[in-house]
Design a protein around this ligand. Structure first.
Ligand SMILES: [Zn+2]
Length: 339
């Protein structure tokens, strides 16, 4: 089959790769309905992470179960499934505590920018829908696998409540999903920090009530102005740079919370600043599995349309252009058709 392989910085190719095979009796093989490119895929693409040997790319997926191992009991061939980018058994102490992204048997999904993929620990990782959904629903369901789940976790970790004032730092796909999540959690005011017109417009579609286009200290001052010098109850940090983390922390009101889901790159926080901020901090890789049943439910009831975050669709053969478009910020998120 065709699959996506990253060879090094700026060098991603669609090429012939071996078909995925069952390795363990707990595995499933799925036929993907669609795949997509993640902001985190850009880290090795930009050379910010090492690529010592070629690697199979793709960790966001949904599709039809083709085959299951002898130990798999909760999904069967023919069912439509969505899984998290974090593989989990969903039974260990961390999973039961709701942090499936720290599963004792956990690993990251790989090789999903392809027509078929192997999903390890299928029982703990996959959730099946009652029926096979219509094609038009695929982008919305695919988004649940990572980008929506991660934005949702940012809002959950930042303890968004009905009536909250929320600041979202980052206008990438995850930040936009954070806006959607905050809206769904009935935040009253959602301040999206973005200086790009198309992303500002989409943030408003997803529920932002205010846009702050200034960055850094000027952005923080603007948030303070909008919140009568109080700061936000909840801040979602969806970038992972020093500037974004600092900005996010400065926007939290004393006693408020910050959820940080941007993969950090050379970020250092000062102890004294943390001490005086009186903020609660929670972050890390999103335990999407915890939220999967609820998110699938509200997507299928058409309460939310996270699939709007995909603003470019390409065939798998053009995956390299998909990476380029996101790298150059010409696209927010690229959907790959794999059929
Ligand atoms: Zn576990």
């Amino acid at each position: 089959m065709l699959g996506t392989v990253l060879y090094g910085a700026g060098d991603v190719r669609c090429e012939d790769v071996p078909d995925p095979k069952m390795i363990h009796p707990t595995d499933a093989i799925i036929r993907l309905s669609a795949s997509c490119i993640c902001g985190s895929d850009l880290l090795p693409y930009r050379g910010l992470n090492e690529t010592p040997s070629p690697r199979a790319m793709g960790h966001e997926y949904c599709g039809i179960v083709e085959e299951v191992g002898s130990a798999v009991t909760s999904v069967r061939p023919g069912q439509f499934v969505v899984g998290s980018f974090c593989i989990s058994d969903n039974t260990c102490p961390h999973c039961r505590f709701g942090f499936q992204s720290s599963c004792e048997r956990g690993e990251f999904m790989v090789g999903a920018q392809a027509p078929y993929a192997r999903v390890p620990l299928a029982d703990g990782t996959l959730v099946a829908t009652a029926d096979v959904p219509q094609d038009e629903m695929i982008p919305n369901l695919l988004a649940v696998s990572d980008v929506l789940g991660t934005g949702w976790y940012a809002a959950d970790a930042a303890r968004v409540q009905p009536g909250s004032t929320v600041v979202v730092v980052g206008d990438g796909a995850v930040g936009l999903m954070g806006v959607l999540a905050a809206k769904q959690m009935r935040a009253e005011r959602i301040i999206a920090m973005s200086c790009h017109k198309t992303r500002q417009d989409l943030a408003v579609v997803f529920g932002a009530t205010d846009i702050v286009s200034e960055r850094g200290d000027a952005g923080v001052s603007r948030v303070k102005e909008l919140t009568k010098d109080i700061g936000a109850d909840s801040v979602l940090e969806c970038v992972g740079t020093q500037e974004a983390m600092t900005q996010a922390l400065q926007c939290v009101r004393p006693g408020g919370s910050m959820g940080f889901v941007g993969v950090p790159h050379e970020v250092a926080l000062d102890g004294e600043t943390l001490f005086w901020s009186q903020a609660s901090l929670q972050g890390g890789p999103a335990p999407v599995r915890r939220f999967l049943p609820h998110l699938l439910d509200i997507v299928l009831r058409r309460e939310i349309q996270p699939g709007k975050v995909f603003d470019l669709t390409l065939p798998l053969a053009d995956v390299a252009e998909g990476y380029r478009a996101m790298d150059e910020r010409r696209a927010i998120k690229t959907l790959l058709s794999v059929a």
